[in-house]
Write a protein that binds this ligand. Sequence first.
Ligand code: HEC
Ligand code: HEC
Length: 330
Amino acid sequence: MRYLPLLFLSLLLLSSCQKEEKSYALDLPPGFPEVDLPEDNLPTPLRVELGKRLFFDPILSRDSSISCGSCHFRRLGFADDKVISPGIEGRLGFRNAPILTNLIYRENFFFDGGVPNLELQVVAPVEDENEMDFHLGGVVERLARHPEYAALLEKAYPGKPLTFAFTRAIASYERTLLTGQSAFDRYYYQGDSNALDSQEKRGWQLFQDKGCRDCHSGPNFSNEEFINIGLYADYDYNGDSGRRRVTALDSDIGKFKVPSLRNIALTAPYMHDGSMQSLEEVVDFFASGGEAHFNKSPQMQAFALSAQEKADLIAFLESLTDWEFVQGTD
Ligand code: HEC
Ligand code: HEC
């Protein structure tokens, strides 16, 4: 309590510094919940614009060949269509590139939840030897020499170091990547009962009846939990033990964050390692109940699915594509 007046004062100072920059109104899709924004990184038009430029600029990689946009494509819901996306010099990491939409609703980042916020996440690809293979010192040096970035970042984040500014600008841009105008959204969140056809409606019912929604829930189709679905009987085969990489607990082997299903028809291949090529393969897998594993979720139970039901379920998943978003310009 003692620190409260101080906190108040610094918030006041912060907001007075930011007065010159008008705030950026996030365009939350209809029916989506309100969001909390980080106090030290409230979006402004300049912050978002700079973040976007940096996201698509290879300046952040050691040999200036790779940008964030080399692995995250808008037309693919900000995922990639490769099993593993090549980084600098064609090097390969070990996980499939996920979508970057509605990140504002995510509680932590990466399949194992190893990163607590978007600002910090930016550092990971920059420093990953298989992605951009660079370091913050190098980035800052380049930004400082650049004819525009240094001055614009100073304007966007007055008095802050460049490392602070460029990571926050990119995070600000990412928070604007909001998708929620699919046929399903028009049906479910906007009350247009004709937005889904009868097959898609049957698929939505099956999605609930077969337990998919127990894990893929909420506007982002994820309960944000870490779950072992029995993708493998032994997760050591490719050295990716999932959540255990963060907690070192054997009870976390094979647990991965429940992925969002937004624009899912465009984001093949699927799963953390890109091991499934099609939605049909994914649905067959869930119907099989998965492999036996001591950490497998009890919610993973085999179920019967007729050919018609399978087609219905896939039609529902396809109705989650927000064409306006994916066909938009960067
Ligand atoms: C070489 C390809 C590649 C590049 C370049 C790349 N990413 Fe990624 N990105 C990935 C992969 C693969 C993952 C999944 C990593 C994991 O879960 O361990 C990922 C995950 C993420 C996530 C976490 C999403 C979530 O829901 O957990 C964010 C955010 C992200 N990337 C943003 C960026 C930004 C910002 C940049 C540029 C600074 C960038 N990426 C550059 C491949 C790439
Ligand atoms: C017990 C929780 C749970 C249930 C039930 C569940 N899922 Fe999942 N789902 C997950 C997790 C966790 C992953 C990621 C696993 C991985 O990458 O190893 C996943 C992955 C997926 C993917 C791939 C996403 C991507 O971007 O790679 C799709 C599609 C999917 N689930 C659809 C479904 C459907 C359809 C159902 C119902 C038939 C279903 N899920 C039931 C937890 C669940």
